[in-house]
Write a protein that binds this ligand. Structure first.
Ligand SMILES: *Cc1c(COP(=O)(O)O)cnc(C)c1O
Length: 704
């Protein structure tokens, strides 16, 4: 039935808020259009928050929209997009029958990155978790996410004029979040107290994300802080947060009658969930050993880092005290519990390690790339004394991916739709869909690359000016901000958390050599950076400061720029706009890394040390390898060797190839490499493939 050509303002508001409440809008671009069209300035100013945009739009503008046929058509398209997504055939339902269909996964994580308007994430772990949940929804895998809802989220970053990071904690108004109060709460025992947390729900199509909020008047101030911020606060607060995440999370699933058959602990932060589940089974009359066996069989654990500081360790006595109520119900003594989290049970000097606890209570364990699986087997070998060789250590690997709907730029999506009949809306683990990219006309591909790069340069320029104004720079600096960036320069991107092992400043080791490379008038090169350091990581902050100061040096003017506040928005702009994605971690400290999986969909290529996912992704012709030299003479020699290897690949291969143009102005060899990058990477390194792997190798075995 055709709709009337105008609607009332109330109807319009109802319809807009209805589509805003299903976070499927965050990866179905047509659903975002009505908000962008309604009030483009509010849409930008709110970092693309639909509800805030609607609520801040003046009445007169709403009235105009309600009478605007084009607007109403856009709204209808948005509504239809959501309905079509609901109706689409689901990979899981088509391919699985019988008992397997009863699968229900509870997916625990301390952070979820769903969209830039909700700063509930700090980096790769959250992005991966958000992408996992979205792919589960697309594929029809029954899954419910469990996490915490942080009043201040993760910090927001500004640079002072000397490059120091200013750390800001804005307070979020959850009334303006697309989040629903379920009306249900839990009472979570933490130490001697009981903490109340209300269960909030984010809806993504048929999939829910349950987030706990302890910032309630009935809690003591110290307990209200449990959900104050992400990675904010002292270690003891962090430990108690993890009790809330694990124990509270398992209680929340029960309170909501979710009945998961499989519990997936995404990182060790949620390991206490397994202990709560044991307590529950013991209360129901099971022997403790049977309860442990049952919980183990149905628990999946993914470990995410080989960096020692990434594994939380707490004084055993403190952990036992915080968990005392649960331990009593589960029949554990403080010591038997602590031993579960120790490499050497019985060694009372050893703290409790959340990763070891999770390893002991999960039967299905994996790292996040093939190499990381190997490294993890070595790292945790002592937890499995029965394993005779390294191969017997029961830790596998499932390589990470990225969610195509979230990271594929709409202009690029239209390009692939046209040239290789890609149907990004058909959600199935399809590694072949991209393989035809190598047949695409190089001139057309180069044209797309130029469009995406030019857009990035304009975006950078806007942001750099805004940063400069906010910081109160003097007018000459304000004018210079971003002015030198060029739309035709080879554009290299480096954006990630500024963890020290990622070595953001590595490329500055030989400044003169770098300056010569960037300032060749015939072959301009520019590097764009973004990234936050953990607020407690002084060295990481120093790295950010150093890159900032480099961007201000005269020899790097217009060639080096750093953006504040790396978030999903900036992530999308950079990974779609850059020609090259640079990655130079200390091998093998990068468990996987996922940002490098995003540029290939946009004809970007990786230039990376063979670490994380790159040994699986690199085939010799779809990007560049930084041939790091194994050096045993300490950190400085290693960094020097890796920096030299980086300069060599840039000077000898990468830059010459980019500027080697045909008579028509196309860098043929370069485009061939970029098309190969598109043909070989987005298919296998998608979270659709990843979630399908979790289903077949972990979830279904655990479900049985
Ligand atoms: C993709 C992404 C990440 C993950 O990057 P790594 O390469 O894994 O470090 C982190 N943050 C944002 C905003 C991203 O978009």
């Amino acid at each position: 039935m055709p709709r009337p050509s105008t609607v009332s303002i109330d109807d319009l508001l109802t319809r807009l808020l209805r589509i805003a409440e299903d976070l499927a809008w965050s990866w179905h671009e047509p659903v975002q259009r009505p908000f962008a069209m309604l009030d483009p300035i509010a849409w930008e100013a709110t970092n693309h928050a639909p509800i805030e945009t609607v609520l801040s739009t003046p009445k007169a503008r709403l009235a105009a929209a309600a009478a605007d046929v084009r607007f109403l058509q856009t709204l209808e398209t948005a509504e239809r997009t959501l309905e079509d997504a609901q109706r689409a055939p689901r990979w899981f339902k088509t391919n699985h029958r019988g008992r397997d269909r009863r699968l229900k996964v509870a997916y625990y994580c301390s952070e979820f990155a769903i969209h830039e308007s909700m700063q509930q994430y700090s980096g790769g772990l959250g992005v991966l978790a958000g992408d996992h949940v979205k792919s589960a929804e697309d594929l029809g895998v029954p899954l419910v996410g469990v996490g915490l809802l942080y009043r201040h989220g993760y910090y927001r970053q500004q640079f002072e004029s000397d490059g120091r990071q200013r750390i800001l904690y804005p307070e979020y108004d959850f009334d303006r979040y697309p989040i629903e109060e379920t009306g249900t709460s839990i009472a979570c025992p933490i130490g001697r107290r009981t903490v109340t947390a209300r269960i909030m729900r984010l809806t993504l199509g048929n999939t829910s994300l349950l987030l706990l909020d302890a910032d309630l008047p009935e809690n003591r101030p110290a307990d209200r802080r449990l959900t104050e911020g992400l990675y904010k606060g002292e270690p003891d607060l962090r430990m108690r947060q993890q009790v809330l995440l694990g124990v509270g999370g398992a209680m929340a699933l029960e309170a909501m009658d979710e009945r998961p058959t499989v519990h997936h602990l995404n990182e060790g932060h949620a390991a206490f969930a397994a202990v709560e589940r044991i307590a529950r089974l013991v209360e129901d009359g099971l022997d403790q050993s049977d309860a442990i066996a049952r919980v183990r069989a149905s628990t999946v654990f993914t470990t995410h880092t080989p960096v020692p500081a990434g594994h939380d360790r707490y004084p055993a006595r403190d952990a036992a005290a915080a968990m005392s109520g649960v331990l009593r119900r589960a029949g554990f003594t403080g010591r038997s519990f602590a031993d579960l989290g120790r490499e050497t049970p019985g060694d009372r000097s050893e703290p409790l390690c959340m990763t070891i606890l999770a390893l002991r209570l999960a039967e299905h364990v994996n790292g996040v790339a093939r190499l990381h699986g190997e490294v993890s087997r070595e790292m945790w070998r002592s937890v499995y004394p029965e394993a005779e060789t390294l191969k017997d250590v029961p830790i596998g690997s499932i390589t990470n991916g990225v969610h195509p709907g979230t990271w594929l730029d709409p202009a690029a999506a239209a390009f692939w739709r046209k040239h290789i009949r890609l149907k990004p809306e058909i959600a199935k683990p399809d590694e072949a869909a991209w393989s035809k990219a190598t047949n695409v006309d190089p001139a057309a591909a180069w044209a797309l690359r130029n469009v995406l790069r030019a857009r990035l340069v304009r975006f950078m320029h806007d942001r750099l000016v805004r940063q400069s104004v906010q910081r109160g720079d003097d007018p000459s600096e304000r004018l210079a901000a971003g002015a030198g960036l060029r739309e035709d320069a080879l554009t290299i991107g480096f954006a990630r958390r500024f963890a020290t092992y990622k070595r953001a400043p590595l490329i500055f080791r030989d400044r003169a050599r770098l300056a010569a490379m960037l300032n060749d008038p015939d072959r301009p090169v520019q590097i764009v950076f973004a990234g936050k350091a953990h607020p407690r990581d002084g060295e990481g902050q120093e790295f950010a400061r150093m890159v900032y100061r480099m961007s201000k040096r005269p020899e790097f003017h217009g060639r080096i720029a750093i953006l504040e506040e790396y978030d999903m928005r900036i992530g999308r702009e950079l990974t779609s706009g850059c020609d090259v994605w640079l990655n130079n971690p200390i091998r093998p400290h990068e468990a996987s890394g996922t940002s490098g999986m995003k540029p290939p969909m946009h004809l970007g290529v990786n230039c990376s040390i063979l670490d994380g996912w790159w040994p699986e992704g690199f085939d010799g012709r779809n990007g560049f390898e930084i041939v790091g030299h194994p050096v045993r003479r300490g950190a400085a020699a290693r960094d020097a060797a890796d920096a030299t290897a980086l300069y060599e690949v840039l000077e000898d291969s990468l830059i010459p190839e980019f500027f080697d143009r045909s008579r028509a102005g196309v860098p043929s060899r370069w485009v061939k490499r970029a098309l190969r990058s598109a043909a070989t990477i987005p298919g296998p390194f998608s979270t659709h493939r990843m979630v399908a792997d979790y289903v077949t190798t972990a979830y279904l075995p655990a479900n049985r």
